[in-house]
Design a protein around this ligand. Structure first.
Ligand code: HEC
Length: 222
């Protein structure tokens, strides 16, 4: 028994490479200690994700706020003091130039660039006593419109002009009236913005356009 035991243990404790039992155990313990990880390590993936978001965010920011890299939008050399001087200019507002723009946008289709209107359909503004006369009438015509018969330059028009008060500001109306009162053969004084505000408040915007009789009863011809 003793002999055979010795023989077996001798067989197991050495192999062809000459490693002992203990040596082999050591090697295996060592390799067991380093557990193989499954899948990818998480930290680098998280960092990649984080930086992608960062880069994406920066790109969006630049796209939104770069102003097309226009040098005029951000100018670090600009002196704010100079800019204030420019905007605080004392040049008065040019109502006639502004009014011409409004006329060409909102009146010209009917009253024409000649101010002569369309015979029998749209009355002329050039040479019209309604334009150069009491300004209260024409302000109200623009604010709430006009309907029914009106005689202009010897011709009776019986049509409707739509109200424009909701789409035009007081400044627009002051401008366009100042313009038509001085354009073509007309020669009357400019109209102030304050008067438009006052009439807009007094009369409000009416549901139905004025008739010339109503306007004449409010503002008798002088
Ligand atoms: C859709 C066509 C149309 C537009 C746009 C229009 N008008 Fe008129 N306008 C008329 C008509 C039509 C009359 C006559 C209404 C009537 O028969 O009662 C009139 C009458 C007038 C009158 C009084 C009559 C006269 O010839 O003097 C004035 C002033 C006037 N319009 C100014 C303007 C101004 C200023 C604008 C632009 C802000 C304007 N109109 C936009 C069609 C228009």
């Amino acid at each position: 028994m003793k002999h055979s035991h010795d023989h077996t243990s001798l067989d197991l404790s050495t192999n062809k490479s000459g490693y002992s039992d203990d040596k082999l155990k050591d090697i295996h313990v060592q390799s067991l200690r380093e557990k193989p990880t499954k899948g990818f390590p998480l930290l680098p993936i998280f960092m990649l994700f984080l930086f992608s978001i960062l880069v994406f965010g920066c790109a969006i920011y630049i796209a939104l706020y770069s102003g097309g890299f226009d040098p005029l939008i951000y100018n670090e050399q600009l002196k704010p003091v100079k800019k204030l001087e420019l905007t605080n200019s004392t040049v008065p507002f040019d109502y006639i130039t502004h009014g011409k723009k409004i006329y060409n946008r909102d009146c010209v289709v009917c009253h024409q660039s000649t101010g002569l209107g369309v015979p029998g359909v749209f009355p002329p503004l050039s040479g019209s006593k309604w334009v150069t006369g009491n300004v209260h009438l024409s302000v109200n015509i623009i604010l709430s419109g006009l309907m029914g018969p009106i005689e202009v330059g010897g011709t009776v028009y019986n049509s409707v002009m739509p109200p424009l008060g909701s789409q035009l500001t007081d400044r627009d109306i002051a401008g366009v009236l100042s313009f038509i009162r001085q354009e073509w053969e007309n020669n009357a004084v400019e109209v102030s913005e304050d008067l438009i505000s006052k009439l807009r408040e007094e009369q409000g915007l009416r549901d139905t356009p004025w008739t010339i009789e109503e306007l004449l009863s409010l503002y008798p011809e002088e």
